[in-house]
Unconditional design. Structure first.
Length: 288
């Protein structure tokens, strides 16, 4: 039982600890001046291979696989552990200082988009792909897209933080968020028992949004929590996740801006389609 009593007025104590203590702060805005790099492609992505970043790189690779050459992109690495997200150029695109952020330079005036769900919807509408046009099907797709936006903070900032990252294990917090995450998995399990994909019979941005979080969880690669959460029980979620992993664009998208795991799975930056064959970390190490 904790003897902590909240003070009347909270103040920031930088010694709170935890894995992300060096980048967490209660104020917004830049900490340093740094312009964002700009490559040669129409779309400039500034990101990291976290679940939120992977959503967008999967979408871009899927668009390219469909033949949308206008979806060619440069993916620049934003190392959030180093505080890159607080550079002045990044904050100008995303005042919330979270990855991913996208700048569309295909027109006369650059357009900045932030928040992964907004980026997915922007790209889907720009290219007319992966979001239904019929009213009922579109509503279903967007409902599930925004379900993910509202649900994932309980998985990441809630369960993931207290289970994997907090400086001490707090039973109440872990139990509270584990219960909610299992409820969310059951929501998906019931949905996927009656539907091939999240929003129906076709693959959409709803799948791209949900997969990097809940698909990764079901595959046992998120927070090392597979056994703890008994993810093997969610057979329909695992069936769906297995199907998405087999998509070539998903495999490529998961590699972009990735800075952990097997060196062959890490493409820190992507500036050309050939980079997947020549610039993964294992290839770069071998060429030194």
């Amino acid at each position: 039982m904790s003897d902590y009593v909240p003070p009347k007025v909270w103040t920031w104590n930088k010694s709170n600890g935890g894995q992300f203590a060096n980048i967490n702060r209660p104020i917004a805005g830049p900490t340093h001046d740094k312009d964002l790099p700009v490559g040669r492609h129409p779309l400039q992505l500034y990101s990291l291979g976290t679940p939120n970043g992977v959503k967008v790189t999967i979408m871009l690779e899927e668009l390219l696989a469909l033949g949308h050459s206008g979806a060619e992109y440069d993916a620049w690495l934003i190392n959030i552990g180093n505080g890159d997200q607080f550079g002045s150029g990044f904050v100008a695109v995303n005042p919330n200082s979270k990855i991913p952020a996208l700048v569309d330079r295909s027109g006369s005036t650059p357009i900045g988009v932030f928040e992964s769900g907004a980026i997915l919807l922007y790209l889907a509408e720009k290219f007319g792909a992966f979001v239904p046009t019929e009213a009922s099907a579109r509503a279903e797709c967007l409902s599930w897209l925004f379900w993910q936006m509202g649900s994932a903070p309980y998985l990441g900032g809630g369960f993931g933080h207290f289970y994997a990252y907090a400086p001490e294990k707090i039973e109440y917090a872990i139990d509270r968020f584990a219960m909610e995450v299992k409820r969310q998995l059951d929501v998906l399990e019931r949905r996927l028992a009656e539907s091939e994909y999240i929003a129906g019979s076709i693959y959409t941005i709803a799948d791209m949004a949900i997969f990097p979080w809940y698909g990764a969880l079901a595959k046992g690669v998120l927070y090392g929590a597979a056994e703890f959460l008994s993810v093997q029980d969610y057979k329909n979620v695992r069936r769906w996740a297995d199907a998405l992993v087999e998509r070539a664009a998903v495999r490529r998208g998961r590699m972009v801006n990735r800075v952990y795991g097997e060196p062959s799975s890490q493409l820190h930056e992507r500036h050309d389609a050939s980079d997947f064959d020549t610039k993964t970390q294992d290839k770069l190490a071998a060429g030194r």
